[in-house]
Design a protein around this ligand. Structure first.
Ligand SMILES: Nc1nc2c(ncn2[C@@H]2O[C@H](COP(=O)(O)OP(=O)(O)OP(=O)(O)O)[C@@H](O)[C@H]2O)c(=O)[nH]1
Ligand SMILES: [Mg+2]
Length: 606
């Protein structure tokens, strides 16, 4: 049959292997529609026979044409709609008739039984057998198809010819043929009627056949004998060619008379003894010999080719859908996802670095301003001490008399200055707080806000919960150490003032005592205070700096955890993308492989 049957089988085999892989992939990606499509292709590959289906409107001569090819009135035919179901005719050494029911069961039968079921109207039932007809009709609805054997060379080499029921608009049978049988067939004989060529319904039917990748179609125009002359014949052919233009490239059109050819073939050998009409056309004129020759050639040489063309078209369509709608689509989605998280990570890192730098600058500025603030603190402290000293001396002047009790005076001085003195540490703390506020408050609030924003970005993308953010910057830990300084100073002053009891000129002595206590040490006290304030502010700024750094470091750590998560996600996504890339490559290579092996086969065939 085929010049290259081995290569054909080889090509089909590699096709089968590719489809198997792809079916598994479709299953892996859970695309059931494609999986079904691949299974359908598999079923076509697995089927060893070549199926050629005869289609067309009812009474166009489908059954008669097949009979002419078989050279026997094997299938029933009549002017009424006749063929009621699909008849599949394959080679068998002796004629055989069987019916396949919808439930899958098969029933062998005699020719008579078969004809009464398959074409009940072609053989008028006895009037009294009305019940029988009803029964037959009911039976037809349960039948899926008839499988017939016939001893003919035409069907040798696994060729099956299928006679289909006639169709017209909105016909259920047509629907079943187009949706169920056409996609399975490898080629078609489309029968038209020369006296009413290419109706609108023919056109609709044809476009559906073409949609199903059935591209090998023989256009057979029957009833040639009913045309008056050559001019009519040419007109019919031209009209059909016109109609097919744009739908089918280079269509093969045969003008035939199936009935007249059949009459020629049956000749005098027909045993039935029925009355025969004298053939009006010669066998050559029936167009059948030419058609037969082309069909034979096609069946002998081109069936494998046709099957592969059809398979490749279905395969390409399925692969394209698989690639574009599933694999490549999914890949681009995942690629977008990785770009997004990579950008987020970069952005967060950058923001933290910027914030850290900004805070360092703020600290530097604050440190450089320490001197300025210490100067004003020092001035304030000096004036406080001076005021206290003045109060002390004026109190002595006011109260001193020679009879006055010295202890009383000292007590009064102590009373008047004590409140002011003891208020100094508290006031100093307040002043320091003011200084810190003027140095940092705005900065720290901004810092807080900015860090918060960064955290939000992180928690938005990676849902990390924030901890400890409510640490307040206002609770500095400088009060204790500052209190220590003043405590020491007060003790020292008290010892100086009240521990000494030398008997000298009483007022002068008292005055010098007051001076010693309140005035003499003002400058050294102020200078101690100054260096202490300097240290304090430095320490406080250092604490703020540490706090900021800790906050940022914490954020960094958190960010790093988020990064790790993002990276793991990214790794997963990248793994998926790599998997998709591999699978896309598998699909593309498979497609290429099929293309080359089919091309190789076709080169040999042409
Ligand atoms: N004059 C003439 N009549 C034909 C020709 N071919 C078929 N017929 C007749 O047309 C009628 C219909 O033929 P069938 O073969 O039953 O047509 P069909 O397409 O199988 O019809 P359905 O099975 O009903 O769809 C029959 O009476 C045939 O004898 C032909 O070439 N010329
Ligand atoms: Mg028929």
């Amino acid at each position: 049959m085929n010049k290259s049957i081995e290569l054909y089988k080889e090509t089909l085999h590699s096709f089968q292997e590719e489809v198997k892989t792809l079916k598994q992939l479709a299953q892996f990606y859970d695309v059931s529609t494609l999986k079904e499509q691949f299974e359908h292709i598999e079923s076509i590959i697995a089927r060893d026979s070549f199926e050629i289906i005869v289609v067309g409107e009812f009474s166009n001569g489908k059954s008669t044409l097949i009979n002419a090819l078989l050279r026997e009135r094997f299938l029933p035919s009549s002017i009424n709609p006749t063929t009621a179901m699909l008849n599949k005719i394959s080679y068998a050494p002796v004629k055989s008739y069987s019916i396949v029911y919808r439930d899958g069961t098969t029933k062998q039968m005699t020719e008579e039984q078969f004809k009464s079921i398959v074409a009940p109207d072609s053989k008028p039932s006895l009037l009294g057998n009305l019940l029988g007809i009803e029964k037959e009709k009911k039976e037809i609805s349960e039948i899926r198809e008839a499988v017939l054997g016939f001893p003919t060379d035409f069907c040798k080499n696994n060729i099956t010819i299928i006679d289909s029921p006639g169709t017209n608009d909105f016909d259920a049978a047509r629907e079943a043929i187009t949706t169920h049988y056409i996609p399975r067939s490898d080629a078609a004989i489309f029968i038209l009627n020369a006296t009413k060529p290419f109706s609108e319904s023919d056109k609709v039917f044809l476009s559906r056949i073409l949609d199903e990748h059935l591209h090998k179609i023989f256009f057979v125009v029957n009833f040639k004998d009913l045309l008056e002359n050559n001019i009519d014949e040419q007109t019919a052919i031209d009209y059909i060619k016109d109609q097919l233009a744009g739908l089918v490239a280079d269509p093969k059109i045969y003008l035939i008379s199936a009935q007249h050819a059949l009459l020629h073939h049956i000749g005098t050998t027909e045993a039935s003894g029925r009355r025969r009409r004298k053939p009006l056309l010669t066998l050559e004129q029936t167009g059948i010999p030419q058609f037969e020759q082309d069909l034979d050639h096609f069946l002998a040489y081109d069936t494998g080719f046709e099957k592969l063309v059809k398979l490749r078209a279905m395969y390409d369509e399925t692969i394209d859908a698989f690639l574009a709608e599933h694999l490549q689509y999914e890949r681009s989605m995942l690629q977008n996802a990785t770009n997004r998280s990579a950008n987020e990570i970069k952005m967060l890192e950058q923001k933290l670095v910027q914030l850290e730098q900004k805070m360092r600058n703020n600290m530097d500025v604050a440190t450089s301003q320490i001197g300025l603030h210490v100067q004003s603190l020092k001035n304030w402290y000096h004036s406080e001490l001076t005021t206290i000293s003045e109060i002390a001396l004026s109190t002595l002047d006011e109260l001193y008399t020679s009879t006055a009790d010295q202890a009383e005076i000292k007590l009064e001085i102590e009373r008047r200055t004590g409140k002011l003195e003891s208020a100094i540490p508290k006031k100093t703390v307040q002043k320091l707080e003011q200084v810190m506020q003027s140095l940092f408050n705005q900065n720290l609030n901004n810092f807080k806000q900015e860090l918060h924003q960064i955290k939000n970005t992180i928690s938005f993308s990676h849902s990390q919960s924030s901890t400890n953010w409510n640490t307040e910057f206002s609770s500095f830990e400088y009060k204790e150490s500052y209190g220590g300084f003043f405590g020491g100073m007060v003790t020292w002053v008290r010892d100086k003032l009240f521990g000494d009891r030398r008997p000298v000129d009483v007022k002068a002595k008292m005055r010098s005592q007051v001076m010693e206590r309140y005035s003499v040490h003002i400058n050294s006290n102020v200078s101690n205070f100054e260096s202490e304030m300097h240290e304090q502010l430095k320490r406080m700024i250092g604490q703020v700096k540490k706090m900021v750094e800790t906050q940022i470091a914490d954020e960094r750590k958190r960010n790093q955890r988020a990064l790790k998560m993002a990276e793991t996600e990214q790794q997963e996504i990248e793994q998926k993308i790599a998997q998709l890339n591999r699978d896309i490559l598998v699909v593309e290579r498979g497609q290429q492989h099929i293309k080359t092996s089919i091309d190789k086969y076709m080169k040999l065939e042409v």
